[in-house]
Ligand binder design. Structure first.
Ligand code: AKB
Length: 319
C-alpha cells in the first residue's frame, strides 16, 4: 500500500484530495501536511497530520523519513492573482517548496505529484485547443513558477529517475474549501451567491473563456496519473487536461436555469482580466487521453446541477 504525504492539505484541492486518498489507500497511510489555519472541519480527527512549512526542506525530510512516505502530493502554492501582488512569496512557495520535495524524493525514493496550471501558458501561446507541446512564455510570476516547476520535475526524472508526474489544472470548481487568490475563483463564488440569493459581481468580462473543471474530475486526474503505467507515459510534466471551457455569460445562463431570479453584473478587476486574457481559451488534452486514459465526467450542465444541490443542502439547511 502506498504511504502518502500531502503537502498543503488544507487548501482547495488538498482538503478534498485527502478524503479521497484516505478512502482509497486507508486513513493511516495518508499523512496530511498543514501549514496554517483555517483547517477543514474535523481535520485533526480524520487521520494522521503533521505541521509542515514546505519552504523548509528539513521539515519535509523528517516527515518523509518518520512516516516511511513513498509518494508526495505537493500542493503548496500561491494562486495567480495573489502571486502577482507578492511575486517573491509566489516564487518561494511555488518553486522552493517544489525543489525541496524533489530533493527529498530523490534522496528517499519517492514519487512526486505537482499541479501545474493553464497559467503555464502565456499571450503567445495558441489560444484555442492549445497543444500539449507549444510556446510557454507566461507573463505572470505564477505562470513562471509553473513552467519552471514543469522543467525541474522533468529534469529530476531524466537525470535521477525521480518518478515525477503532473497535470496542468484548469480553474477548479468546488464546494468544500474556497480557492482564494486565483483568477478563476469567480466560477466558484458565483454558485455561492446564486444559492444564497445574492447578486453576483463578475470580475472578468463577458467573452473571457477559460478552461474549468469540477473537483471530482480534478481529483481523479491526479490519482489516475499517479497510478498510470509508467511505460505508457511519453510526457510527464505536465499533461494538458480539460473538461469544459466557458465565459461568464455561459456559467450565468447555466445557473439561471436553476435559480431564475439570479442576477449578475460586471465590475472588471484589471489584474484578473489581464491574467485571464493571457491564458488559453481551451486546452487540447489528447495526450492525457492517449497515455493514461484521462476522461472527465462533468460538463457545465452536470457540474451546475451538482454544485447547486450540494450548496443548497449545506447553506440553506437552517434557513
Ligand atoms: C488560478 O486562477 O490562479 C488557478 C489556476 C487556473 O491555476 N485557479
Amino acid at each position: 500500500m502506498k504511504r502518502i504525504l500531502i503537502v498543503g492539505s488544507t487548501g482547495q484541492i488538498g482538503s478534498e484530495l485527502s478524503v479521497k486518498l484516505r478512502s482509497i489507500y486507508g486513513e493511516s497511510n495518508v499523512i496530511c501536511g498543514y501549514y496554517k489555519p483555517p483547517f477543514p472541519k474535523d481535520f485533526f480527527e480524520l487521520g494522521p497530520c503533521v505541521e509542515i512549512d514546505a519552504t523548509d526542506i528539513n521539515q519535509i525530510a523528517t516527515t518523509v523519513k518518520e512516516h516511511k512516505i513513498d509518494t508526495i502530493y505537493n500542493l503548496a502554492a500561491i494562486l495567480s492573482a495573489t502571486a502577482e501582488k507578492n511575486p517573491k512569496l509566489g516564487w518561494d512557495v511555488g518553486l522552493n517548496s517544489l525543489m525541496n520535495c524533489l530533493d527529498v524524493a530523490r534522496e528517499m525514493n519517492c514519487a512526486v505529484f505537482t499541479p501545474s496550471s493553464i497559467g503555464a501558458f502565456g499571450p503567445n501561446t495558441p489560444k484555442d485547443k492549445t497543444p500539449q507541446d507549444t510556446i510557454q512564455r507566461p507573463n505572470t510570476v505564477y505562470g513562471i513558477t509553473k513552467v519552471m516547476g514543469e522543467l525541474l520535475s522533468d529534469y529530476y526524472y531524466t537525470r535521477w529517475g525521480v518518478d515525477t508526474r503532473s497535470v496542468r489544472f484548469p480553474g477548479i470548481i468546488s464546494n468544500m474549501t474556497h480557492p482564494g487568490g486565483g483568477t478563476t475563483d469567480y466560477a466558484v463564488e458565483i454558485y455561492y451567491n446564486a444559492v444564497q440569493g445574492e447578486k453576483f459581481t463578475c470580475p472578468v468580462k463577458a467573452g473571457t473563456y477559460m478552461d474549468m473543471m469540477y473537483m471530482p474530475d480534478a481529483l481523479n486526474a491526479a490519482i489516475q496519473l499517479m497510478e498510470a503505467d509508467p511505460s505508457r507515459l511519453i510526457h510527464r510534466n505536465s499533461f494538458n487536461i480539460a473538461a469544459m471551457s466557458f465565459d461568464p455569460e455561459m456559467i450565468y445562463a447555466a445557473i439561471k436555469k436553476h435559480t431564475p431570479d439570479f442576477e449578475m453584473e460586471y465590475d472588471i478587476d484589471p489584474l484578473k482580466q489581464a491574467i485571464a486574457d493571457s491564458w488559453p481559451n481551451s486546452l487540447d488534452d489528447s495526450c492525457a487521453r492517449e497515455e493514461w486514459d484521462w476522461k472527465p465526467e462533468y460538463d457545465l450542465e452536470k457540474m451546475t446541477e451538482d454544485m447547486i444541490a450540494v450548496l443548497r443542502s449545506r447553506l440553506l439547511q437552517n434557513t
